[in-house]
Design a protein around this ligand. Structure first.
Ligand code: ZN
Length: 233
């Protein structure tokens, strides 16, 4: 694949999806940086696995090590202050009356994109890469393709500079995400996903399953387990 001579900023949480996005970006952009957001998540597991995933990613391929640049961690305490959800408060994970899971943090991804866009401007990065997926996720409205496209237009207009948001996982399911990882980085990348990434809503890293660590019962774990089983066939 020919290299795209641009800098990409990957929204990198330490979860499985954003780790596949990081590999996807390292495979095609000349320079790649990462950004994570600390918004008072009840469980710190995701943030804690980020540095190790970056190091292992660099060890996978020499050219990836050369392309992977700085990591940025942005504190968004204000988001926690205005949110009343299961991810930032002691609320049960369930489907609320409005049909959305209680894990939904209103406006979270919009805030992420606004800050990532500002950072990308500073870093001279034209491209943002994010792991939003409309296919088998919980129906979060700020993960939808229309929302992402609207943010791309808003950032491009609002900063008077072309911003392109890439969402390589938008139209594929979790099984296809494992397949994409296999195609990009082979068994070594799949192994990295299983061993190091964290998606469990409960922050459980004490139980190891064939598909990775997690409680095994929360919506994120179930999605990941089902995707892995389907991919393995
Ligand atoms: Zn879980």
């Amino acid at each position: 694949m020919s290299l795209i001579d641009e800098t990409a900023l990957v929204l990198f949480s330490g979860g499985q999806d954003s780790t596949v996005c990081l590999a996807w970006a390292l495979d095609r952009f000349a320079a790649v940086e990462t950004v994570g957001f600390d918004y008072g998540q009840r469980h710190r597991a995701e943030l804690e696995v980020r540095p190790r995933i970056r190091e292992r990613m660099k060890a996978l391929r020499r050219e990836w090590a050369a392309r992977l640049g700085d990591d940025h961690l942005i504190k968004l305490d204000a988001l926690a202050m205005i949110s009343e959800t299961a991810l930032t408060r002691d609320v049960a994970i369930e489907v609320a009356q409005n049909g959305l899971p209680t894990t939904f943090v209103p406006g979270r991804n919009l805030a992420f994109f606004a800050f990532a866009g500002a950072l990308a401007y500073r870093r001279g990065a034209k491209c943002l890469v994010a792991g939003m997926c409309e296919t088998d996720f919980s129906g979060y409205p700020d993960c939808r393709d229309d929302t992402v496209k609207a943010m791309q237009v808003a950032l491009t207009l609002g900063m008077d500079r072309r911003v392109v948001i890439h969402t390589p996982l938008m139209w594929i399911d979790k099984a296809a995400t494992f397949e994409m990882a296999q195609e990009i980085g082979g068994d070594a990348l799949v192994d990295l996903l299983v061993e190091e990434t964290h998606t469990c809503y409960l922050g459980d890293r004490s139980r190891r399953h064939p598909w990775g660590y997690g409680c095994g019962t929360c919506p994120a774990c179930r999605l990941r387990a089902d995707g892995f089983a389907k991919w393995k066939g």
